[in-house]
Design a protein around this ligand. Structure first.
Ligand code: SAH
Length: 218
């Protein structure tokens, strides 16, 4: 939907995309997704003027929308083809879910804070996105009705990789999750066969805590 509201901040959006490209994001589909999705519609009005800075911003309820660089590098690391079914744990603002609708076939997203899930749904509507299947609940349990997932993206840091998420990953699929409490690392888990997983530590990161049955206590 190309309304004036959606088109605002066009210059700032282009500068952000250029900055992401300069920092090493070469996947043109990822960069195009950042052009298609108006980040300013996914943050509270008080911080809209900062929506195209490469920084995390508060979205209420003690949560944050991740830094654009964090979203871009995670999505680029997955080498998505467009055919995937993806599970996102921690809808938050909904911005990454919206990016995913531009990059994969099916997007499932779970958020534990009902008010954030509602705000995300409203943001999807405002920019004409109707392909995110949302649920309010504990994402550390995954979403058994729709497994297996070709990719699982966890947007909050857990004490370890939740077992249900490991089990719901398709063979050949990848899971990205920040692990740790004060010192966190982004971990990539690939499922190489029905009973084998390969774990790689990527960059040090900083995320809000993953709270749930297979996360930290609430
Ligand atoms: N990619 C999102 C990240 C938001 S922050 C964005 O950029 O907007 C992470 C989100 O995970 C928060 O909204 C938090 O409420 C949520 N969260 C934490 N633990 C969760 C759980 N067990 N299940 C689902 N969501 C959870």
């Amino acid at each position: 939907m190309e309304t004036a509201v959606v088109r605002r901040f066009g210059g700032a959006r282009r500068r952000l995309i250029e900055a992401l490209a300069e920092r090493g994001i070469t996947d043109v589909r990822v960069l195009k997704a950042f052009d298609d999705v108006p980040r300013h519609l996914f943050v509270p009005t008080g911080v809209q003027h900062r929506a195209y800075e490469d920084t995390a911003l508060p979205i209420g309820y003690g949560q944050t929308i991740s830094q654009p660089w964090a979203h871009a590098s995670a999505l680029a690391a997955l080498h998505l083809t467009g055919r995937e079914r993806v599970l996102e744990v921690g809808t938050g603002s909904g911005f990454q879910s919206a990016l995913l609708t531009r990059l994969v076939d099916q997007v499932f997203s779970i958020e534990r804070v009902p008010e954030l899930a509602t705000a995300a749904r409203d943001a999807f509507r405002a920019c004409g996105i109707d392909r995110v299947v949302q649920r309010v609940g504990d994402g550390t349990l995954g979403w058994p009705e729709f497994e297996p997932f070709d990719a699982i993206l966890v947007g909050a840091a857990g004490p370890s990789i939740p077992e249900p998420l490991r089990a719901q990953l398709a063979v050949g699929g990848q899971l990205l999750i920040p692990v740790g409490e004060t010192a966190q690392q982004l971990v990539r888990l690939r499922r190489t066969s029905v009973d084998a997983w390969e774990e790689t530590c990527l960059d040090p990161v900083r995320f809000v805590p993953l709270i749930g049955r297979h996360g930290f206590p609430g």
